[in-house]
Design a protein around this ligand. Structure first.
Ligand code: PHE
Length: 341
């Protein structure tokens, strides 16, 4: 009787397992067969104790082999289910090796670097050498050798970041003039682009860190006419058009005479704005003839040699060229700003 039921159950469950449509149906079949409480085979086990020992042994063996064959069938079905699931997933994924690659995102040079390189090329074509100097300078190169002795009021014009040991962050690129004269001697044509630092309150037109391009020419019989020729060539190259300029007397201890070359503000066209401080003009190019004291201190005889020097504000120049109305954008690191150049 029991043996008959076991064979029927085995056949029924094998059929159920092989026809299951999903892993849920498979699990339901497993519980119906082997579940602890209501599993069909558990019911049979409960009836075993009342059998004669001989019969119990036969029934037990049959029960075990039926269970094992069902477990094997379940295991096989589960493996096939897993394989089918994997295949379905792979069918949904694909890769097309013939598609063009998406290009790498490339950066570009900062607008100040771009303008600096343009000017380097221009001045090299005019016979100038490009020099580099340290940003941490000695007091001597930044001030004394430029005819600015310790108690000179001009020191107050430039709020200085002093460092330990008497050194400082250079307040302008002019100390490279001194280094150029020391190293190369006359005749000399040099430019020196680089950063300068001033301990200033930051606003739309002032930064603690900004870029200048220093220039110097020392030769025989250099005049203001030479200076003006080079300055006009420079400005035409930068703006690619005529800009309105004016020359004012300007005071710098290292030049005599000294000038401020201003350009009509290109942001507002001269009407007045934050960048030109409502004046319509922007100071762009302080310059002048080299003060004889400066030549003498660097070992050059002012009876034989003279020269001109200028200190172009590169940061201002970029602002004028692109119509940027706040200097703080330039070092903001904001990609929305930088991606426009
Ligand atoms: N070094 C001066 C400054 O930054 C500018 C300057 C340079 C003026 C060369 C005259 C000649 O203020």
């Amino acid at each position: 009787m029991l043996e008959q039921r076991i064979r029927e159950l085995e056949a029924a469950f094998l059929a159920r397992i092989s026809s299951a449509q999903s892993s849920e149906e498979l699990e339901a079949a497993r519980l119906a067969a082997f579940g602890r409480k209501d599993g069909a085979f558990n019911q049979i086990s409960k009836e075993m104790p009342r059998l004669e020992p001989e019969e119990r042994k036969r029934v037990g063996m049959l029960l075990n082999s039926a269970k094992q064959s069902l477990e094997r069938a379940l295991e096989a079905r589960k493996e096939r289910e897993a394989e089918a699931a994997l295949e379905a997933r792979l069918d949904g994924e694909w890769i097309d090796l013939t598609l063009p690659a998406s290009g790498a995102r490339r950066g570009h040079l900062h607008p100040i670097t771009q303008i600096q390189r343009e000017l380097e090329d221009l001045f090299v074509s005019l016979g100038f050498t490009v020099l580099d100097g340290p940003e941490v300078e000695t007091e001597y190169h930044n001030f004394d050798a430029l005819n600015i002795p310790p108690d000179h009021p001009a020191r107050d014009m430039q709020d200085t970041f002093w460092l330990e040991g008497g050194n400082l962050l250079r307040t302008h690129t002019s100390p490279v003039q001194i280094r150029g004269m020391e190293r190369l001697g006359p005749p000399l044509r040099m430019i020196a682009p680089g950063r300068a630092f001033r301990n200033e309150a930051v606003d739309a037109s002032h930064e603690h860190t900004f870029y200048q391009l220093e220039g110097m020419m020392v030769d025989r019989d250099v005049s203001v006419a030479h200076l003006l020729y080079f300055m006009k060539t420079l400005l035409t190259a930068v703006f690619g058009r005529e800009v309105t300029v004016r020359l004012r007397p300007g005071y710098f201890p290292f030049v005599e005479p000294g000038f401020e070359l201003d350009i009509r503000c290109l942001i507002c066209g001269g009407d007045g704005c934050a960048v030109c401080k409502q004046s319509g003009w922007v100071e762009l190019l302080p310059c002048g003839l080299v003060n004889p004291n400066v030549l003498r201190m660097s070992g050059i005889d002012p009876e034989e040699w003279n020269g001109f020097a200028f200190g172009l504000g590169l940061t201002r120049l970029v602002m004028m060229r692109y119509g940027i109305d706040d200097i703080r954008w330039l070092q903001s690191g904001d990609l929305r700003f930088l991606e426009q150049f």
